[in-house]
Design a protein around this ligand. Structure first.
Ligand code: TXA
Ligand code: MG
Length: 361
C-alpha cells in the first residue's frame, strides 16, 4: 500500500470551522480518505460513488473485501438515488431516528458500486447526527461510504488518537472532533426481509425500534452467546484485544464471586491478569486484590457503571484499548445487562471474547 501523508485537522465538534470542512470535502471529492467523528464512532470516509476511492478504504483498514460498508447521507431524500425499494416504514423510521445511529439495509440501485456492498444486491444507509459528519457530507456533495476508522479486527475508535494509532500514514486526513458521544456503532436494521431483522444492535435500542416495528427480530448471530448453535470458532475475530478474553454475565453477585475465583486461579500461574468491568465491580475487585494490583500482577479498567449503560457504551472501546496496552495475558470481562444500549455493549464484548461467554444463572 502506498504511504499517505496523514493530516490531523482539529475542529470544534459542535461548530466546525467551514474552511476545515471544505478542505476535507475536497479530499473526498478527489478520491482521498478522510476519517471523521460521528455520534457513534469515528468513520473512515470515501466518495461512495468512486469505486477506486472505496477500494482505498479496504486497503487502509486491511478489511476483507467481503465485508460491506455503510453509505452516509444527509437525509432521507438522498437515499432515493441509491435504492430500489421504498417500504412504508422507511419514512417513519427516518422521521423517528434520523439523523442518528440507525443504519437501514435496502435493495441497492446500480449506481452504488459493488465495492461498497461487497457484491451484495443490498446497500446500508444512514444519516449521522454529528455536526462534523453532517457538515462534511453536505460539503462533499456525494454519499460517503464509511466503516469504523480502525484497523480490521481492532476496537472501533471513539477518539482521534485511536484513529491515528491504527491508521496514521494510511489515510489522507483525520478530523479531530473530540470523543464520540454514543461510543458503540449504529444499529443495523435489515428492511429487505419481513419482519425486519436487527443485524447489529447499536445506538438505537431494540426497545425503541419495537415501538415502530412490533415484530422486529434479532439476527441469530446477535443472540449466539446463549444458544449453542454458533461455536466460538465461528465468530469473526472483532473488536479484539491481543489478550484472550472471556466474558461473564448474569446476576451481579454471582458474576462477581465467579470472577474473583477466576482471578485467584490465575494469579501466579499466568502473566498479568486483566479485568474489564463496570465501576462498581472494579471497586470491589480492587479491594479484594489490592496486593496483586500494587505488584502489577493484575490490571483493571472500568467502563461505565452498571446503573449507567450509556456511560458504559461511551467508555467501552477506549477501555479495551487502554487495558490491552497494559499487556495482560488474559482478560476477564463483565457484561452489562442486555437491555437498552446494554445489548450493544454485550454484543461487542461477546465478539471481543470471540464467543467465550460464561452465563451464570
Ligand atoms: O456507527 C456506525 O455504523 C459506524 C459509523 C462510522 O457510521 N460505522 C460502522 O461501519 O460501524 P462498519 O463498516 O464498521 O460496520 C458496518 C456494518 C457491518 O457489520 C456490515 O457487515 C453491515 O454494517 N453491513 C453493511 N452493509 C450491509 C449490507 N448490505 N447487508 C448486511 N449488512 C451490511
Ligand atoms: Mg467496524
Amino acid at each position: 500500500m502506498p504511504a499517505r501523508q496523514t493530516r490531523l485537522l482539529r475542529v470544534d465538534p459542535m461548530d466546525p470551522n467551514p474552511e476545515v470542512i471544505q478542505d476535507a470535502a475536497r479530499v473526498l471529492r478527489a478520491g482521498g480518505l478522510v476519517a471523521f467523528p460521528t455520534e457513534t464512532v469515528y468513520g473512515l470516509g470515501a466518495n461512495a460513488l468512486d469505486a477506486s476511492a472505496v477500494r482505498g478504504i479496504f486497503e487502509a483498514k486491511g478489511r476483507p473485501s467481503t465485508d460491506p460498508l455503510i453509505v452516509h447521507v444527509p437525509g432521507l431524500e438522498d437515499v432515493r438515488p441509491l435504492v430500489r425499494a421504498w417500504p412504508d416504514v422507511l419514512p417513519r423510521l427516518a422521521q423517528a431516528f434520523w439523523p442518528g445511529p440507525l443504519t437501514l439495509i435496502l435493495p441497492k440501485q446500480a449506481s452504488v458500486p459493488p465495492e461498497v456492498t461487497a457484491g451484495l444486491d443490498t446497500v446500508a444507509v444512514r444519516a449521522p447526527s454529528h455536526p462534523v459528519a453532517r457538515a462534511l457530507i453536505a460539503a462533499a456533495g456525494c454519499p460517503v461510504a464509511a466503516p469504523s476508522a480502525n484497523r480490521f479486527s481492532r476496537p472501533s475508535p471513539t477518539a482521534a488518537s485511536h484513529v491515528l494509532a491504527d491508521l496514521d500514514g494510511r489515510v489522507d486526513v483525520v478530523i479531530d472532533g473530540g470523543r464520540t458521544e454514543i461510543g458503540v456503532e449504529s444499529t443495523v436494521l435489515d428492511l429487505t426481509v419481513s419482519p425486519a431483522v436487527v443485524r447489529r444492535p447499536g445506538g438505537v435500542a431494540l426497545e425503541a425500534l419495537r415501538a415502530l416495528l412490533p415484530d422486529v427480530r434479532l439476527a441469530s448471530h446477535v443472540v449466539a452467546e446463549a444458544d449453542a448453535q454458533v461455536s466460538p470458532g465461528q465468530l469473526l475475530r472483532h473488536y479484539a484485544p491481543n489478550a484472550r478474553m472471556t466474558l461473564f454475565e448474569g446476576p451481579a453477585d454471582a458474576v462477581r464471586a465467579r470472577v474473583i475465583d477466576e482471578v485467584r486461579a490465575r494469579l501466579g500461574h499466568i502473566g498479568r491478569v486483566g479485568v474489564l468491568a463496570p465501576e462498581e465491580d472494579i471497586d470491589l475487585l480492587a479491594r479484594e486484590f489490592a496486593a496483586p494490583l500494587a505488584a502489577g500482577a493484575m490490571v483493571v479498567r472500568a467502563y461505565g457503571r452498571r446503573r449507567d449503560p450509556g456511560m458504559g457504551a461511551r467508555e467501552l472501546f477506549d477501555a479495551i484499548r487502554a487495558l490491552d496496552a497494559e499487556q495482560p495475558e488474559e482478560i476477564l470481562a463483565i457484561a452489562l445487562a442486555p437491555e437498552g444500549i446494554g445489548l450493544a455493549v454485550r454484543d461487542r464484548l461477546m465478539r471481543a471474547a470471540e464467543g467465550r461467554v460464561i452465563t451464570l444463572g
